[in-house]
Design a protein around this ligand. Sequence first.
Ligand code: SF4
Length: 512
Amino acid sequence: MPQDNIDQIQDHVTLFHQEEYQQLFAGKKEFEGGHSPEEVARIAEWTKTWEYREQNFSREALTVNPAKACQPLGAILAAVGFEGTLPFVHGSQGCVAYFRSHFTRHFKEPFSAVSSSMTEDAAVFGGQNNMIEGLATSYNLYKPKMIAVCTTCMAEVIGDDLQAFINNSKAANSVPQDYPVPYAHTPSFVGSHITGYDNMMKGILSNLTEGKKAETTNGKINFIPGFETYIGNLREVKRIAELMGINYTLLADNSEYLDSPNTGEYKMYPGGTPLTEAADSINAEATIALQSYSTTKTRDYINSEWKQPTYVNRPIGIRGTDEFLMKLSALTGKPIPAELEDERGRAVDALTDSQSWLHGKRVAMYGDPDLVIGLTQFLLEIGAEPVHILVSNSNNAFEAELQAILDASPFGKGATIWGGKDLWHLRSLLFTEPVDLLIGNSYGKYLWRDTKTPLVRIGYPIFDRHHLHRYSTYGYQGAINLLNWIVNTLLDELDRNTIIPSKTDISYDLIR
Ligand code: SF4
């Protein structure tokens, strides 16, 4: 057998085509007594119809492939942006294994997060003992500077009280009394990863600034990225601030953690915003959040407790970046440097070069609220026409904001916002009202396969293409990246559709 030969280990792509596996699959099918291929094909065709779409949209109790993840996943992404911080998830082990592997598959980096490993006894009697033991083990074994605690559904269902458990753990000497253990309750039967990010960011900032009062200004601007998975975006925001000579604190900077250099030496906590600097963020001039719906509670907290002004700016596309730079300039009195003006000119030039391929193109997209708002603004700038905009973790404020953006452009008139819907709904939409392009994360691969709609991978997670997360989608350079991914996907598709000599290929153009 080739798979027994260690010099010739086969990937599953080729392995399962071997006779042995083919026989096994055939036997399994026979044993299961499934429907005939003709019946399967008949039903598959029916799922492409308007009749099926109506039934699909009338379902209430079932969700199929929602475009969202659970709260603690967002919470631990926020936590690893802080210096030496270990995310500690109070709940079952399997959940944490899922979070770690989800991030590792996207970022291609190790991701450290521990769990209190609650099992049946803890589910009945409460998880306090798990917390007491778990904090002590984490503190002694992994030597973090801060342990950030969040919860899984199990701990929330039985009503574990994190503040009381952490106090009791400190009383039991699991960690020193003055050791920072911020926490956030992150039940996944409500909200999503963006809510979890928000809850944890608020939890960490309130812990680090506890007892402090904003009395002076340190002359800095705080940036809060939100649930950001493009490492290039964090680097772009820092580059822009440095070009403008602005003192800033990034709350929190997980760019090193999620993209650390391979030096041959393993570091458990690379990079991160220093805890002293994060604590001093209470004294900044202002906070700019780069996403709105993953920072709502954090901004409310900063406004009400720190008495610090907060703003939301998404530096996506030309207008988004213009507004971001003008906000920075207005807050700090620093001029926008000529270098950034040149970058703007180059981005506008690139958009102009490609506009004939993009004008009027019908687009479907899905993802988190802030991502789709940024992408919608960008598509409207390049003359493309959003048609289906699907957001599983939607809310009324988001839908009103997006609708106003669509209403303000002639290219937005044909768009429908599908709030709270999932990717199986989107499948029906793509079959019944087809579009030229689909934008979303790797799960769109199944929609691409079924509906043949070309897919541009933008969002989170992206498991099946490498390195996209290293690029920026922010700033003028980010606009060129977005443009590149979108227009070249359309051109690839055009080439694919004109590839048969003398048939579909009448004038197979070299120049596009
Ligand atoms: S939804 Fe709840 S049970 Fe499922 S992985 Fe997330 S936290 Fe765990």
